[in-house]
Design a protein around this ligand. Structure first.
Ligand SMILES: [Zn+2]
Ligand SMILES: [Zn+2]
Length: 291
């Protein structure tokens, strides 16, 4: 199960109702933050969430509302004496931005910053895909590895209950048991892991449809209700986000990066529902469990 925390669901500038973009995704033994708007570390502290143990930070693009909280967050990790390396994914200039800021604010991290293109570990894989904004930008696909379970009913039916045999079958070995060969693939059930996709700021984009195919959750830019300026500023209207969700057959669409001009969520939800029924508009600090 992946737990997705919506730490900041606004965009552009903070409003009374919504903070700047930040999404925490946790799974047993793993946590990642996607985007880090100004003030994100306060949100962690306020709600008793840990930022010092993050395994990965993914930044979608270099607009201030998505990245200006990162310097402070990393500097605080240093003050909390973090030792383990921090994996970072993001646009090319992110590294330059971070090191220039550290230099000017007299901070030298004592832990390693690993700038990577893809993350794999703890049963999770994180990949990027190019999105369609006014500046270079990338979205993220967070996917659980395939789950392998024993077909217990089938094994019971042939009287196998030796844990050593079961362990080998689950590990992908063929086993000789009481004179017969048990082919492991006959006794395991494979289930694909859950997939969560976050777009960052984007126009409706073919790449997002491909990246989000059958995802459990798509978190999509939905800055405007129905504004031509979505095109000018490289954002999406809610109906466009809903169309992408429909084309990619996701299980649930979460509208985000909501403009401060919409204090009431209902008109946006209704507009999206006309196109795609399984839609939600999360408030800050709500969460969704993705099975
Ligand atoms: Zn933005
Ligand atoms: Zn932007």
């Amino acid at each position: 199960m992946i737990k997705v925390y919506f730490l900041g669901t606004g965009g552009g500038m903070p409003s009374k109702n919504r903070r700047l973009p930040a999404f925490l995704m946790k799974r047993e033994g793993f946590s990642a933050l996607f985007d880090c708007g100004e003030g994100t570390q306060y949100t962690f502290t306020e709600y008793g969430l840990s930022s010092v143990s993050l395994d990965l930070i993914g930044i979608t693009h270099m607009h201030g509302d998505h990245v200006l909280g990162l310097i402070g967050l990393i500097e605080s990790m240093g003050m909390l004496d973090r030792k383990k390396p921090l994996n970072i994914m993001g646009p090319k200039r992110l590294k330059e931005f971070l090191y220039a800021s550290f230099e000017m604010s007299h901070f030298r991290p004592k832990f390693e910053l690993r700038f990577i293109d893809e993350y794999k570990g703890n049963g999770i894989r994180v990949k990027k895909f190019e999105t369609c904004h006014t500046v270079t930008s990338q979205g993220y696909i967070l996917e659980e590895e395939e789950k392998v379970n024993l077909d217990i009913d089938r094994l019971k039916a042939i009287g196998v209950n030796d844990w050593n045999v079961l362990r080998k079958i689950k590990g992908g070995e063929d086993v000789t048991y009481e004179g017969r060969i048990l082919h492991h693939e006959d006794y395991i059930i494979k289930r694909s892991g859950s997939k969560v996709v976050y777009t960052g700021d984007t126009r409706p984009c073919e790449n997002t449809v491909n990246a989000s195919k059958d995802a459990a959750l798509l978190i999509h830019d939905s800055t405007f209700l129905d504004e031509p300026s979505a095109l000018t500023y490289g954002h999406s209207n809610v109906s466009e986000a809903a169309t992408i969700a429909q084309q990619s057959n996701v299980n649930l669409l979460a509208l985000t990066h909501i403009s401060a001009r919409y204090p009431e969520p209902e008109p946006l939800i209704q507009a999206a529902k006309k196109i795609f029924p399984r839609v939600t508009l999360p408030n800050d600090l709500s969460f969704i469990n993705v099975e």
